[in-house]
Design a protein around this ligand. Structure first.
Ligand SMILES: *Cc1c(COP(=O)(O)O)cnc(C)c1O
Length: 497
């Protein structure tokens, strides 16, 4: 079928009037008739002439003159190039109807949003490539209001005077974590950079060899330090570093002691590293601030769900650490942001850095962050309201019930589906080696290979992501959002052959 308009903008009826192309099948010569002479360059229609005709005028009404003109030129240029290079071009391709179709395709492709809703059935709760934390409904509502109007971002309504945009969130961060002061920037990578640059530029920062993390992309601790203008003083061994190593390496040019959470790997076996409290007392003795790049890090204790490697921020702040930073979109379950907390004088120094403005958050992020932080003020409900925490807190029985229901519905559609016990990952560069028990739905026999089926599911709207294991498609309901199970079943049903 030749579509003249996509259903996205306007349902294409059986006949879209003047936009319908002429039936072409009858006039296209069989491939064997190679003798067909290419049309002449002079046969190409003129842009102005084409645009003056009715179907093109309709396209202009729909998409605007600029886009349609540009894409008509481009479509003609394409043909011109092919004719010049001697590639085979059928005379029908120069027809108004064929050109209209080509232009329509180009414009539609441009106008279709590249992002679409996603069903994450991978079981990876914080999938970095799928945008990490889905946001709490209340946070999104608040941000919508903030985004579409003017805001009190930097104005104190009592005095009518200018205020600090941090005020929206810093007091909430302090209340929840026990920190003396706090600020926020665009992400945790920016947080680490601005802390290092503000507090140690031109000096040495002592850090364990075990903490030379790479988070992904170009975020590697030694490179971050270099770019922040500090000199890394690496101490200890990969598996063992002691407080004494930090002390031995500290000298007149040392500005800070640093600890980095090994968010995405674990060093196990014959290992040792100083506890944060130990580093803090050493820092006090040497009169050096201690900075902890925690990365993920939760505002609530997740140990009861079996996640013991991810320390809880309020507990860490009790140790007296001078500065600590976490991501907004990892276990916290909020927008991409970097929350920096610590002693008042150091936070103020960070905010005075000329680079600070380059990494500050916009009003929408701040609104999302503020609303998410507020949800933590009522711990009784936070596990229902923050989707990341909800996914972590779902009981085995709850996930199993959803898996059974999905499998049963697929079964009714004649699809081979069974359930099995498995494990979900937290993901997002957190809690390596720690998994949550889950029940997955295993789907076979859709009449195509698992790879082909997975591709079709990704192409679906909403786009579905699952795992491929044991030559089957594996769907983990733990990372589904409420109400997505039905859409998931429909998507799987739609690709059955
Ligand atoms: C994730 C992480 C980062 C980077 O944080 P983003 O918010 O992704 O910029 C930095 N350091 C650690 C230890 C991390 O876990």
């Amino acid at each position: 079928m030749i579509m003249t308009r996509t259903a996205f903008f306007e349902p294409a009826g059986p006949d879209t009037g003047p936009l319908s192309p002429a039936p072409r099948s009858a006039t296209i010569p069989p491939v064997s008739q190679k003798a067909t002479k290419n049309p002449d360059l002079r046969d190409l229609p003129k842009v102005d002439v084409l645009l003056g005709t009715q179907p093109f005028a309709d396209l202009i009404t729909q998409f605007g003159r600029v886009l349609v003109t540009t894409e008509t030129r481009a479509a003609l240029e394409d043909l011109r190039e092919r004719l010049k290079s001697g590639a085979q071009v059928s005379p029908e391709e120069l027809d108004k109807a064929a050109l209209l179709e080509a232009v329509n395709k180009r414009v539609t492709k441009l106008m279709l949003p590249k992002l679409c809703r996603v069903i994450n059935a991978t079981g990876v709760i914080l999938h970095t490539s799928l945008g990490r934390a889905p946001l709490a409904e209340r946070a999104v509502e608040s941000a919508m209001r903030e985004a579409s109007g003017y805001s009190l971002l930097e104005l104190d309504r009592e005095s009518g005077k200018r205020s600090d945009r941090d005020k929206l969130v810093s007091s909430l961060i302090c209340r929840l974590t026990g920190a003396e002061a706090a600020t926020v920037v665009n992400n945790n990578a920016a947080a680490t950079m601005i802390v290092l640059n503000s507090l140690a530029e031109g000096h040495e920062v002592v850090c364990s060899r075990a903490h030379m993390v790479e988070i992904g992309g170009s975020y590697r601790m030694p490179d971050v330090m270099r770019k922040a203008g500090v000199t890394l003083r690496e101490v200890g061994c990969t598996n063992k570093t002691r407080a004494q190593d930090f002390e031995d390496a500290s000298g007149p040019n040392t500005a800070m002691l640093m600890k980095v959470h090994t968010s995405n790997y674990a060093i196990v076996g014959f290992t040792e590293e100083p506890e944060l409290a130990e580093l803090v007392s050493l820092g006090k003795k040497l009169k050096l601030p201690v900075f902890y790049d925690l990365g993920s890090g939760s505002m609530v204790d997740l140990a009861k769900f079996g996640l013991t490697r991810e320390p809880c921020v309020p507990d860490l702040m009790k140790s007296g650490v001078d500065v600590l930073c976490i991501s907004g979109d990892k276990l916290f379950g909020g927008p991409q942001a970097g929350m920096i907390m610590g002693s008042k004088d150091l936070i103020e120094k960070i905010k005075r850095n000329a680079l600070f403005r380059m990494v500050r958050c916009d009003k929408v992020t701040l609104a999302l962050l503020e609303a998410t932080l507020r949800l933590y003020l009522k711990p009784e409900n936070v596990f229902e309201r923050v989707p990341t925490l909800r996914a972590i807190a779902r009981t085995e029985d709850d996930v199993k019930a959803e898996a059974s229901k999905i499998a049963a519905t697929l079964d009714q559609l004649g699809i081979d589906a069974s359930i099995a016990q498995a494990q979900s990952q937290i993901g997002g560069g957190s809690t390596p080696g720690e998994y949550l028990p889950t029940t997955v739905v295993i789907v076979r026999g859709l009449g195509r290979s698992p790879d082909a089926a997975a591709t079709l599911l990704r192409r679906n709207t909403p786009s579905v992501f699952c795992r491929i294991e044991y030559d089957a498609l594996v769907f983990d309901p733990r990372s589904l959002l409420p109400g997505q199970a039905e859409e998931l079943v429909a998507a799987i049903g739609a690709i059955k052959q």
